[in-house]
Design a protein around this ligand. Structure first.
Ligand code: HEM
Ligand SMILES: *[C@@H]1O[C@H](CO)[C@@H](O)[C@H](O)[C@H]1NC(C)=O
Ligand SMILES: *[C@@H]1O[C@H](CO)[C@@H](O)[C@H](O)[C@H]1NC(C)=O
Ligand SMILES: *[C@@H]1O[C@H](CO)[C@@H](O)[C@H](O)[C@H]1NC(C)=O
Ligand SMILES: *[C@@H]1O[C@H](CO)[C@@H](O)[C@H](O)[C@H]1NC(C)=O
Length: 571
């Protein structure tokens, strides 16, 4: 009935009430001493103004305490080096929340792996996400997280050949859509197209029911003069509505994470995720209900007839697999919907791979050679083919190094439970860094994966060979925690192998069919190109990259990735 903001304020009303009452009493006393009459509403306003003062005071007292504790341990106060320090550990304090940002592999290793139990996603994070992701594996800590992780892990620990059938069917559709579009002479928004591929594939292996977004019509460039019959995505289609609702739900969740504890104040009267989640539920709930019913029926049939040897179809979807262990619709939904976010991460990586291949045709040529040599021009790739293709893997790794899908600091973040210290990243000051209890510790994989001291002077260059030549030993093998597109430790991405398979499969299929790829800059709407001042940078990716990267939960290119491709002769 009320929005999250009202609920938030109501919870804090008590504290506020005490504060205001206290303030009023003091001012009344003073007013009595000086014999002036002050209306109550003015008193209330003045007292309320004390709240931010109080918050600031408390934050400062906490800082004093932290400094003392740090000194006791012979450590530096990680929170003191304020804001614009350029070093690898930066402290920011938006809205008086304590945050220590790091880009050091040693610290990230502690957070994700060696000191895993001392870091949680935290309640604040979970509260903002819960109206979309419930309490699924992404959005829980402790025992709840272990429970969810154990539910889904078996599904991903097996190689499922059936996934390849799914990928193949949808890859065929992708290829024929590109061919059709190229015949019109217009570019195609590859980001959107491949998002439909990952959406259709994901809904199929998660629920066994494909949303068919590849059938829903694909957008034309902003500058294309179109016949009336061709107007892009059809409004009102289930697939279009579902994809838009999915995007919107994730966008709000990302926004909430960005505003930390203050987000409910931006959603005073309505929960912004309610409307998109209604559309999502309209699609998913019936599928889950049906699956639960079917399972029940199957069970009762087996009991009635005492045919204990009845074999039910081996679960090939995640939903089937989860039904083995639970029939709670909420658990089933939280779990499966969360997994759908794997669709965005894969979409982004495949999109940037094709972008890099368009930018650097020499690598496209080499990758095609590897594909033709291992798989040939038409055969469908197998798992073994994919495993053996070193250059393909190097291209994928190099892409995820420069443009990791998940790089939002609000997502790549943990909360420290007990106060601790981190090793100093600064050779001139070996005192460790003090990390107070309760502090948020986001880590920037994006920046870490571009550090010149970790990757060499050419860190900002796209060069897949760094994964194959002597640079591998020199840089990466010395510290595996400097490359973390999938995170690491007990919460490492469950879909890592699945994603490598999916991305490899579709790239192979595309390069079997198309011999060259190019960017069509004219098809990018003017407002969506990178800021002009980027081009004047002396070095770095900003100086060369042609799209404008943006971020919600995952990275994406504003207004798409418009490509043209030419068909291979023998495909
Ligand atoms: C290129 C593709 C992908 C990338 C870069 C990626 C990256 C990540 C990252 C960085 C995390 C950690 C997030 C965090 O700690 O908050 C994560 C978690 C996760 N990913 Fe992926 N992912 C990809 C694809 C997928 C796919 C396709 C699936 C499923 C089908 C998937 C399932 C999961 C799950 C279930 C978790 C949560 C694990 C846990 O918290 O225990 N991912 N992924
Ligand atoms: C945090 O400290 C408390 C009290 O010393 C201890 O009981 C608890 O196990 C610690 N938690 C972690 C995750 O280290
Ligand atoms: C959803 O967002 C992605 C970018 O993350 C974009 O490519 C796609 O076109 C969007 N889909 C809809 C239906 O808005
Ligand atoms: C679920 O059931 C199927 C078929 O009965 C079985 O093959 C599979 O191993 C089960 N999965 C789990 C996680 O128990
Ligand atoms: C790609 O990165 C993974 C680590 O995520 C590593 O195990 C693999 O060897 C790398 N492959 C290549 C060819 O660089």
């Amino acid at each position: 009935m009320f929005g999250p903001g009202i609920r938030y304020l109501a919870r804090r009303a008590l504290v506020l009430g005490i504060f205001v009452a206290f303030g009023i009493t003091i001012i009344r006393q003073l007013a009595a001493v000086f014999n002036i009459a002050v209306p109550t509403w003015i008193l209330a306003c003045v007292s309320t103004a004390g709240v931010p003062l109080y918050t600031a005071l408390r934050a400062n007292l906490r800082q004093l305490h932290n400094r003392r504790e740090a000194a006791k341990l012979g450590a530096r106060d990680g929170l003191r080096d304020v804001f614009d320090e350029v070093g690898p550990v930066v402290n920011v304090r938006p809205l008086w929340a304590d945050i220590v940002v790091t880009i050091c592999p040693e610290h990230i290793k502690l957070i994700l792996s060696t000191d895993f139990n001392n870091y949680v996603k935290g309640q604040e994070f979970q509260y903002g996400m819960s109206s979309v992701l419930g309490t699924g594996v992404f959005n829980s800590d402790g025992e709840m997280w272990k429970f969810h992780r154990s539910l889904s892990r078996p599904y991903f620990s097996r190689d499922r050949i059936s996934h390849f059938d799914t990928f193949d069917r949808h890859a065929d559709q992708v290829i024929s859509l590109i061919k059709q579009r190229m015949k019109t002479g217009h570019a195609i928004d590859f980001q959107d197209l491949i998002g439909r591929f990952t959406m259709d594939s994901a809904t199929e292996f998660l629920f066994g029911s494909c949303v068919n977004s590849l059938h829903a019509g694909i957008p034309f460039p902003h500058n294309a003069a179109l016949p009336l019959s061709e107007s892009g995505p059809a409004k009102g289609q289930v697939a279009t509505a579902f994809a838009a609702a999915f995007n919107e739900s994730m966008l709000h969740v990302a926004n909430r994470a960005r505003f930390g504890w203050a987000w409910p104040l931006l959603e005073m009267w309505t929960d912004k995720t309610t409307a998109p989640m209604r559309i999502v539920s309209a699609y998913i709930d019936p599928i889950i209900r049906d699956a639960v019913e079917k399972k029940k029926l199957a069970k009762s049939l087996a009991l009635d007839t005492e045919m204990t040897d009845i074999k039910f179809e081996e679960g090939t979807t995640l939903l089937d697999e989860l039904l083995n262990v639970t029939s709670d619709p909420k658990v089933l939904k939280d779990e499966t919907y969360g997994f759908l976010s794997g669709k965005d991460t894969t979409q982004w990586t495949i999109t940037v791979i094709m972008y890099f291949l368009a930018m650097y045709p020499q690598f496209l040529t080499r990758l095609r050679e590897e594909i033709l040599q291992h798989v040939g021009p038409t055969r469908r790739p197998t798992y073994d083919d994919i495993r053996d293709m070193k250059f393909l893997r190097a291209v994928i790794n190099e892409t995820m190094r420069l443009y990791p899908s998940v790089c939002s600091l609000t997502l790549k973040c943990r909360q420290c439970i007990n106060a601790t210290t981190w090793p100093s990243p600064d050779p001139d000051d070996e005192r460790p860094i003090y990390i107070p209890a309760g502090v948020q510790t986001p880590y920037s994989v994006f920046m870490m994966q571009r550090r010149k001291d970790l990757w060499g002077p050419d860190a900002e260059e796209f060069d897949p060979d760094r994964w194959l030549d002597e640079r591998l030993k020199k840089y990466l093998l010395t510290n595996s925690f400097q490359f973390l597109p999938f995170n690491a430790g007990p919460r490492i991405c469950l879909g890592q192998q699945f994603a490598y398979n999916e991305m490899s499969f579709v790239i192979i299929r595309l390069l079997q069919s198309f011999a060259s790829v190019s960017l069509d800059l004219g098809a990018f709407p003017p407002g969506a190109r990178p800021p002009v001042e980027w081009a004047t940078q002396a070095e770095g990716r900003k100086a060369v990259d042609k799209f404008h990267p943006k971020m919600h939960l995952t990275m994406y290119s504003q207004s798409g990735m418009w490509l043209k491709m030419t068909e291979a002769e023998n495909a």
